[in-house]
Design a binder for this molecule. Structure first.
Ligand code: SF4
Length: 431
């Protein structure tokens, strides 16, 4: 029935055994899907063509895909799932780039326009540090009045107060903008940021790395070639980045497969990606959705499952960490993704003072204890990690499992920018 060469447990290599349920799932799938999945288990690279087929999997084929992704997750990273304590600091929401999917950007004269002072940025970083954060994630709109030094000054201000905190900051779009403003090459600009404390970069603003789709989403202001060049430059300079996709709008499975294929090629060349984060399109407040009846309102549940599972197969052996974003998916579905190929829940994203100031009923945060419970309930061992996936803390296997009402009451933020979910704010400091 099967032709595995790794089908049995090998104590020498410590490969996980292929379970009876995986064998059963494979046997129930159609012959072509079974062959594709067996080939990947046996170490063959998943082709873009076969990925497109898997993106259509339903019923027994979807079950087999998920079981295979879960097996490969275990083979790559073991029985663990991780999270990081971090805080998002969105230093400005002013941006004139006009990305059509963006519900975040404001004009300068908008009552909700915001540009945080350096003191406010540092204060938020200090609050995060005091609550156990090892990382701050800093991104903003492309404010026409800030100069290129602004990015460096943010790093200097935070590092002066908190020399140990990891600063994960500035999307490739911001790097492009800052370099332009500074009249520097992107390599010079990135090196300068590294010299002043930048620890890693979000691989946001990728959206879909396809010329035709980007033209419609972003007017191609940051082209696929520019995104790839900035990411490769960062990697070449020793700066790790994440990688992302924003899916579920005007895109199709062939775009997803090509996007994953491109990320895999970059990783083969540079080895600089720490993780892959699927980010479903958020349609609320998005002009792309509101002004076009053909645009989908984000991915379906099945598409989310397929994306995490196919990513695990496609990136197998190249990018070990597939993140399920609880902010995008909600805690229940994020937990489900941990058994569909993902091995990480991302950040706690504390932003409580901001959500209070904007009148939010619930905090925009999952506390570490919630992360631990979610991972335990998925049947995996929780690990608190740092930004670069080094383990910092493990947790007892017998944590009391309580209900997740707190997590479930958290509403997903309704805006996004650079393809990443952000948290709406109306805190003081608006310009
Ligand atoms: S996605 Fe980012 S760059 Fe594009 S309009 Fe929104 S804030 Fe500006």
């Amino acid at each position: 029935m099967n032709s595995f060469t790794t089908a049995t447990f090998n104590p020498a290599t410590r490969q996980p055994a292929i379970s009876g349920s995986l064998l059963y799932s494979l046997a129930a799938a159609d012959r072509r899907t079974q062959q594709i999945l067996e080939d990947v288990i046996n170490g063959q690279e998943l082709s873009e063509q076969d990925a497109i087929r898997l993106f259509d999997a339903e019923g027994p084929e979807l079950d087999a895909l998920v079981a295979t992704a879960d097996y490969l997750r275990q083979k790559s990273v073991g029985n663990r799932a991780s999270f990081v304590i971090t805080r998002n600091i969105n230093f400005t929401n002013v941006c004139y780039m006009g990305c059509k999917f963006c519900g975040f950007a404001k004009r300068k004269d908008d009552p909700e326009a915001e540009l945080l002072s350096m003191d406010e940025i540092v204060e938020r970083a200090q609050e995060a540090w005091d609550r156990g954060a090892t990382e701050v994630c800093i991104q903003g709109g492309l404010h026409p009045n800030i100069d290129g030094d602004h990015y460096r000054n943010i790093l200097i201000a935070i590092k002066q107060r908190l020399p140990e905190i990891h600063i994960h900051a500035f999307s490739p779009f911001e790097i492009w903008f800052g370099a332009l403003k500074s009249k520097m090459s992107t390599a010079e600009f990135i090196q300068d940021l590294i010299d002043h404390g930048l620890g890693s970069m979000p691989g946001t603003a990728a959206e879909i790395l396809d010329v035709e789709i980007r033209q419609q989403l972003t007017k191609d202001k940051l082209t696929t070639a520019q995104w790839v060049d900035i990411i490769k430059t960062a990697h070449r300079l020793g700066l790790p980045t994440t990688s992302t996709i924003m899916y579920g709008h005007i895109d199709q499975p062939r775009h997803w497969a090509a996007h994953l294929g491109l990320l895999r090629e970059i990783q083969k060349e540079t080895g600089g990606f720490t993780e892959f984060v699927p980010l479903g399109f958020v349609h609320y407040e998005s002009p792309l959705y509101l002004n076009n009846k053909d645009v989908r309102p984000g991915p379906t549940v099945q598409e989310n499952i397929r994306m995490h599972a196919v990513a695990r197969l496609m990136l197998n052996g190249w990018i070990d960490n597939i993140q399920a974003s609880w902010v995008k998916l909600g805690p229940d579905y994020a937990q489900q993704m941990l058994r569909s190929g993902a091995n990480d829940l991302g950040g706690t994203l504390m932003n409580e003072s901001i959500s209070r100031s904007s009148g939010g009923k619930h905090g925009q945060e999952i506390v570490p204890e919630d992360m631990v419970r979610m991972i335990h309930q998925a049947g995996l061992d929780p690990v608190r990690r740092n930004t670069l996936y080094q383990p910092l803390e493990t947790f007892a296997a017998t944590v009391e499992v309580t209900d997740l009402e707190h997590c479930r009451s958290i509403k997903a933020p309704s805006v996004s920018h650079h393809g990443q979910q952000l948290i709406a704010t109306s805190a003081a400091g608006a310009v």
